[in-house]
Design a protein around this ligand. Structure first.
Ligand code: NAP
Length: 282
């Protein structure tokens, strides 16, 4: 039976560490500050934003919440970002996605000052991750690396197979793993003989968005299996991209859903905000 990687417990520990560090920084005159902007009433986005604010409170950060109506003109949103770009109390700016259709997401992300872009989605920060010279790493992929690190597994030299090549998970994770000296294979919907490739993985990451897509026969015995997927089943329950019950009999280490990668994303957002505050101070 696989050992479970408890993302909830790890994320709690990280938030405690960040709180201590934030207190030290506040005593020296810099309290990390995050501004979260939400446009519209999307219920899922509202939950994400509330959780991010809660994360700030838990870590002792300063936080600002900007709730704008659905019909906010793009120019108004850009103006708010510009104000926050120059506001000294704010070290991180997060615009909750998706945005209403009349707003150009790319333009909005690019408007955030790169040193405050704590989601690390802007082209400047993506480029920094590519060359391996970065302070801010995209939150979900960074959470995956942190979970593996804290499980005690050495990434160096391992074969990491990632299923999924999105700009927010698969692609940046491949780069982060490469910087940690893993041998990386990225798979996607056109990959042939997928199971032959996944069975070679020491670390198998599923970021597909399909419930129980990774079956036990796709996993090398003893492999570390990281499930990024969050899928809602017709009965309302959440399930990952991995067939967990079968996979845990084959894997060496495995993340559950919920309680695996999910809680790490917010912890990494807080970590980025603190890193941005530290960089602004220096
Ligand atoms: P996405 O943009 O839809 O990307 C899915 C990827 O899976 C694509 O690269 C796609 O290939 C690949 N794929 C689809 N069907 C496949 C198949 N049959 N065989 C192999 N590859 C296949 O999704 P995402 O945004 O990366 O998210 C992935 C999952 O992670 C979702 O469940 C999402 O909810 C979850 N997620 C969780 C967190 C968190 O905080 N825990 C954060 C972000 C995302 P193509 O490129 O060829 O289409």
């Amino acid at each position: 039976m696989a050992q479970i990687i408890d993302g909830k417990a790890v994320s709690k520990l990280i938030r405690q560490e960040l709180k201590q560090e934030a207190e030290r920084m506040a005593a020296q005159g810099t309290r990390p500050g995050l501004a979260v902007i939400i446009v519209g009433e999307d219920p899922a986005s509202q939950v994400y934003v509330r959780n991010k604010q809660k994360g700030c409170e838990e870590c002792g950060f300063y936080s600002e919440m900007h709730s704008l109506p659905d019909n906010t003109p793009e120019a108004e949103l850009l103006e708010l970002i510009e104000q926050l770009n120059t506001k000294p109390e704010i070290h991180g700016i997060l615009v909750q996605l998706p945005l209403p259709k009349h707003i150009d997401e790319g333009r909005v992300i690019e408007a955030i000052a790169p040193e405050k872009d704590v989601d690390a989605f802007s082209p400047v920060n993506v480029g920094r991750v590519v060359v391996g010279d970065y302070i801010l790493a995209p939150c979900t992929p960074a959470g995956v690396v942190e979970l593996i690190d804290r499980s005690g597994m050495d990434i160096k030299g391992r074969h990491c197979v990632i299923i999924g090549r999105s700009n927010i998970v698969g692609k940046p994770l491949a780069l982060l793993m490469l910087h940690r000296h893993a041998t990386v294979t990225i798979c996607h919907s056109r990959t042939q003989n997928l199971a032959d490739i996944t069975r070679q993985a020491d670390i198998l990451v599923a970021a597909v968005g399909k419930p129980r897509f990774v079956t036990a026969d796709m996993i090398k015995p003893g492999a570390t299996v990281i499930d990024v997927g969050v899928n809602r089943l017709p009965d309302g329950t959440l399930c990952g991209d991995v067939d967990y019950d079968a996979a845990e009999k084959v894997a060496g280490l495995i993340t559950p859903v919920p309680g695996g990668v999910g809680p790490m994303t917010i912890a990494m957002l807080m970590k980025n905000t603190l890193a941005a505050a530290r960089a602004a101070r220096n």
